[in-house]
Write a protein that binds this ligand. Structure first.
Ligand code: PRP
Ligand code: URA
Length: 206
């Protein structure tokens, strides 16, 4: 349970490059990809295993498969860049897109796309969104998943502000949060400082 902020040297190295204003969209997407793989590696450390018998060239032995059905929930747009690197490591995962954007004036999330199937048929939902700022989008995403019937939910993000972590933990204390960094604060416009700017714009060059 709780909050996990990576301290892995490779994550810190790549995060510094990601934040740099000089990192253009191609480089930025590559770094989002790499850091996302480290994050999901850490966030899946407690996944249940299903043992089964395998044959090596020399003998049979007990192998293991991931024993949970996993759903990836990228928050559009910026979460899109985290899908491919994560599903590369979890190829049987299902992907359900959620479209949320922050209203620029109120900073509150607006839902514009939700195609979750009628019944949840997965054991663990991993919400993918690089930025946890005010926490409004993450709380809205978890609200939607819980109404849908999701039992276990984890949030995977690259950078968070303390305000967003507190809002998510207060609304949904059962949701584990996995981050590459916890930054200092939000500015008056709701941007994370020092942060990296707008994660969607930087990935897609908009
Ligand atoms: C960004 C980010 C989160 C949200 C975080 O999305 O990807 O979804 O802001 O902010 P919050 O914690 O204050 O809700 P944005 O609304 O900019 O949409 P985009 O991904 O389409 O650019
Ligand atoms: N969304 C972003 O992309 N960046 C921030 O700093 C805050 C919200």
């Amino acid at each position: 349970m709780g909050l996990h902020v990576s301290s892995h040297p490779l994550v810190l190295h790549k995060l510094a490059l990601l934040r740099r204003v000089e990192s253009e969209p191609k480089k930025f997407r590559e770094l989002v990809r790499e850091i996302s793989q480290f994050l999901v590696y850490e966030a899946t450390a407690d996944m249940p295993l299903a043992p089964y018998t395998i044959q090596t060239p020399l003998s049979t032995m007990q192998g293991h498969a991931i024993g949970a059905r996993i759903g990836l929930i990228p928050i559009l747009r910026a979460g899109l860049g985290m899908v491919e690197p994560v599903i590369d490591l979890l190829p049987t995962a299902h992907v359900w897109h959620l479209g949320l954007y922050r209203d620029h004036n109120t900073l509150e999330p607006v839902t514009y796309y939700n195609k979750l199937p009628a019944q949840p048929d997965i054991d663990v939902c991993l919400i993918l969104d690089p930025m946890l700022a005010t926490g409004g989008s993450a709380v809205a995403a978890v609200d939607i998943l819980k109404v849908w019937g999701a039992a276990k939910i984890k949030f995977l993000g690259l950078i968070a502000a303390p305000e967003g972590v507190e809002r998510l933990q207060t609304a949904h204390p059962d949701v584990e949060i996995h981050l590459a960094a916890l930054d200092e604060r939000l500015n008056d416009q709701g941007y994370i400082v020092p942060g990296l700017g707008d994660a969607g714009d930087r990935q897609f060059g908009t």
